[in-house]
Write a protein that binds this ligand. Sequence first.
Ligand code: BGC
Length: 916
Amino acid sequence: MFKIRKLRCEYLENPIGIGEQKPRFSWVMDSDEKNIFQTSYRIQVSKDNDSFLNPLWDSEVVESDNSVHVEYKGPQLGSRIRYYYRVRISNNKNNESPWSKTNFFETGILDTKEWQAAFISCDATESPEFSSLSPLLRKEFNINEEFVSARVYVTSLGLYELWLNGQRVGEDLLTPGWTNYNKRLQYQTYNVTAILKKGANAVGAMLGNGWYKGHLAGWMEDTKERYGKRTALFLQLHITYSDGSEQVILSDKSWKTIAGPILMSELYLGESYDARLESPGWNNPGFNDTVWVPVYELEVDRGILVAQDGVPVRKIEFISPQKMLKTARGETIIDMGQNMVGWVRFTVRGAKGSHVVLKHAEVLDKDGNFYTENLRFAKQTIEYILKGKGEECFEPHFTYQGFRYVKLEEYPGEPRLEDFTGIVIHSVMKKTGNFECSNDLINQLQRNILWSQKGNFVDIPTDCPQRDERLGWTGDAQIFARTACFNMDTAPFFKKWLRDLKSEQLENGGVPFVIPSINLVMPLIMEDKDICHSSSGWGDAAVICPWTFYLCYGDLRILEDQYDSMKAWVEYIYCQAENGLFWNTGFHFGDWLALDAKEGSFFGATPNDLVATAFYSYSTSILAKTAELLQKNEDAKHYRELHEKIVKTFQREFFTPSGRLAAPTQTAHILVLMFNLVKGKDRKRTIDTLVKYLEENKWHLNTGFLGTPYLCYVLSSNGRTDVAYKLLLQTDYPSWLYQVSKGATTIWEHWDGIKEDGSFWSAEVNSFNHYAYGSIGDWLYRVVAGIDTDETKAGYKHIILKPQPCQKLEWTTAEFESMYGLIKIKWYHENGMMRMDVTVPHNTTASVMLPYAKMDGLMENEETVKNQPLYSKAMEKDAGVEVELGSGTYSFSYPLDIDILPDVPTSITDRSPQES
Ligand code: BGC
């Protein structure tokens, strides 16, 4: 058996409405054999589903082992056309696969000239009094003949929900998503063939304020109407007849509008809905709309319209609440059992005009009462007024909440737990990773990381999902990106966000703090209101993120697309830095929230110029590698040289002549090691000093946003895996497992969001769903389980399987669904034996490190490797045996004295941190 499984176009199965002119195809192959490599592929693209007799493009047989991101090279693609494609491949065992199943992709509107519709609006919403209500818009139309297909291309200023003949179009939420609306407004494409019918039809839409018009960054002076005052709908419905002719329905003056039952809907505030104001049948044909008023048209440049280039937000999971409780204050609370993001669906019965009022919170305070202070301006309140007709079921429309607890502030009758369901929403991303080990607290930590990822990947990567912030903080995204790529397929999600980043970049290359940018002002920490861009470690997202996605998905185009943006960021720093080498100017968040900060400060003790110059060197080194990959040889040479000079400057500035790093903080030492700013014997001294600091701190970290992600990594790659495990396994403050032992179900913003005595960190900045410190997930996958990619064959074309076990964990297992297929590893030690099972996907190779193995002690598992050469190459190395493998599943076992494995150090000294 040799065949193609999982055929994708631009990461997606059968996407419609794409904007790419040169889409790329990827596939995964299936075979029962081991050591399978693709030797050739052939792709055919046709406009005709049934046959490829006369394909539009036939790549013919191409000798290549390339099976991911293979670019379409046929004639230029037309607008609004469905293209079918199929692939067949051959392998190194002389097998040829059958043709794959036929998949398709369909283009969106590729030519701006095709836009004929107008942006239509309801003027009532302009008055401040009605500014948050959601207008309804409708139109009826006739289809005179049978038709073969229908597509709607739709978007809005603000958010929209769309219906045709009473049926909701698509399942997407919060459309059209958040982009840099001034330059890019995504439209969505839906296949509505099955919803329309010959005869009378009706289209209806409802608009919400969303990011466009609603409150953003609630603490700022002008929190509303950041992009505009008027919400508006833009829609083109193309109905195609069998002879190819079309009927087109447009949003235009012929539509009518009225205020709907939503009295207020805002992302942070929640929603108020008066069911008595519903107009049954309004989105169906035949509805009497004589009291509705005409819409008016808005002037908007249609050049900003772009095809949806990310993934939509949808309802992904449904949670039954765990319990209902009464607090000391007498509040009735529903506990979802999980800090989640989305909303509650409820069914209620009661008299007309009675109210349901739900409030949402992440935590209860130390007395068990409902706690909302950390939400700041975000009210997270749902109000529903009953129409009084039997069972009423409600879900909000243009808002979402971050919560575990729901307070029933008003509720008619006795609430029943079964009437409430938690609806979890996030961007559509397939789960691609799994990590588990013998320690339950670590497993809970991994679950918490995943939940924080879900809750904060809501169209853009946000810092938090609950308070009046929920912004695309660049630093947070940069820190977490690698972990995110393990847990879920984030490629299309981030592709879109990076396009926004690029479009928001300042002319001088500066990068706004948050993307999409809203000219953020942070009075709490900054006096200068004009600064809202280009902090080191944050702006570096422009370089680190594309590089991360290249490593994880082998996606060179992401580097091509972002290259100018990456370069502009490095050039920006060059212009700010002293002699272009030492970045000692400007505002920086630094090692944000580190515990070595002065009392009451958010800024860690590591000097800003050190952090900034360190990240500058890192971004420059990535840029040099990127230029090399893209064969921009001059740039590559230039940035390599620049990088060397930055490193020398750094060393001159921050190391004493005898090789001591002058800044006595954990994070300074971590960054220096991570970014290779120290070489030779000074490296050893640096790692020893870091270990000394940790020991003096009783084996606890005190790092913030920039040091933490790399902490365990620098320890384990510099011979101190033992210390890395020690930090990971700590359960008291400050540590990753402290919050787990306090019952966290998502990652906290602060190491001590809830203190040991149950009190909270200041309500100003205290999110319980902040993925930043979840970046330890990367180390769990890459070091504890040991799944990594070879940078020179990125995207796991060559896999490095190099677990670093320790005595305290009996077993670890991890899986990662790469672009080539499933990578698996499991290691465990028992009864003096070390055992390891690995799976290597087809069309890849892997270097497997069998830790502490000796060649002569190595045993093969007879079942799995029977009659197969076990390895093509094996070498005994210092800490084990390294084996080269082709695809397949393999098991190894060998005698191992558990005492050889690193054990976590015990404190020898008993100095308190203050004394050190
Ligand atoms: C956010 C962050 C962000 C930080 C920058 C906070 O308010 O929640 O996570 O990176 O500000 O300082």
